[in-house]
Design a binder for this molecule. Sequence first.
Ligand code: PMP
Length: 417
Amino acid sequence: MDATVFESHESTIRGYCRNYPTVFASASNARQVDEDGKSYLDFFAGAGVLNFGHNNPRMKDALIAFLQADGVAHSLDTYTTTKRDFIARFQEVVLEPRGMDHKMQFMGPTGSNAVEAAMKLARLATGRREIVAFSHGFHGMTLGSLAATANHAFRQWAGVPLENIQRLPFETAPGGESAIADYAAALRDPSSGMRPPAAFLVEAVQAEGGVNVASTEWLHEVQDLAHEVGALFIIDDIQAGVGRTGGYFSFDGMGLDPDIITLAKGLGGFGTPIAMNLNKPEVDAHWSPGAHTGTFRGQGLSFVAGTVALDYFTDEAFLAEVLAKGQRMRDRLESIAAKNPDRGWEVRGRGMMQALDTHDGAFAKRVQQAAFEAGLLIGPCGSEGRVIKLIPPLTIPEDDLAAGLDLLEGALTAASD
Ligand code: PMP
């Protein structure tokens, strides 16, 4: 690998290249090949962006046709045929079947853009300032979304304005079970002097925070309290949404009705950037035209690939396969944990976001390195990076999934020696 160009000219802020020290040259579905010809199974999928695999052939064809027809690549806030097609298809595939009447608001390209807008809209709609966010939550790297992010390591040096964040323990964190009830009691007590918040911002499955899965009951408790005190209930589905946990949304089938849902990552299908919030109409009505602008919010390539991606959610066989593959991942992790009872490893996850909590960040790092050497890309997450998170493309072939799980078991053994 010749990394001279990177080492001499690129900012030292780079992180992932330290975990995957090679130069990737091509990729297809769940495999990436480096410029020396070594093939890697990708169980990281661009941090959960490539739900439909690298260079998805259906999207590639649509993108090539779009380019050959001189489609409008950058549309800002103007109307285009590709934006119209995406909106119509999203309405048909995702919103209508769920009886949802949310408005689609396109953001700048990143998840942070979506969270930032959700926080602003909650303040605008309620006239309040505080946002309740949860321990281990991850919501982005811009100042507002970073304030809502729990991980102190990202915030400590940045002077992040925390005065408008109230952080409660997530359900699975110590104190999590009683926190909502305690907070509700305090809010209801006039002598507490506490002001009700503008919104509760939560991931139904915390991804970066260690793959922590909230129960349906707890999410309802949060939603009920939000609505009791006139606050908005916001679900950040940026990583757990778009099929990752088995349904389109991570909270499908739970009977929840969020006021705002944030989406990004897998939404553009091909790795093409796009972020979108789904706002309840009465909430969305608080925006006035031009109130929240930005340059990159009408990416034609993202609309084209994102429209094709929606086809997967009309395919019952595909959705059943996602659940079956998720179960396969889970069974294998359970069996690995059972073979090592003295390690106290815990398996967590939903759908095709499954994880092994090793309780040891240094060990997880060694596993990641051993996996890389063996040809498997994985990314640790959670406190001290101790949780090994597996998020392969949803389209991964069965034999690649099995081969990757074998490589993971080998890496766990190698890192234990
Ligand atoms: N929310 C969640 C749940 C995320 O996982 C992420 C990214 N890891 C973000 C927000 C921020 O998205 P982005 O990195 O695109 O700004």
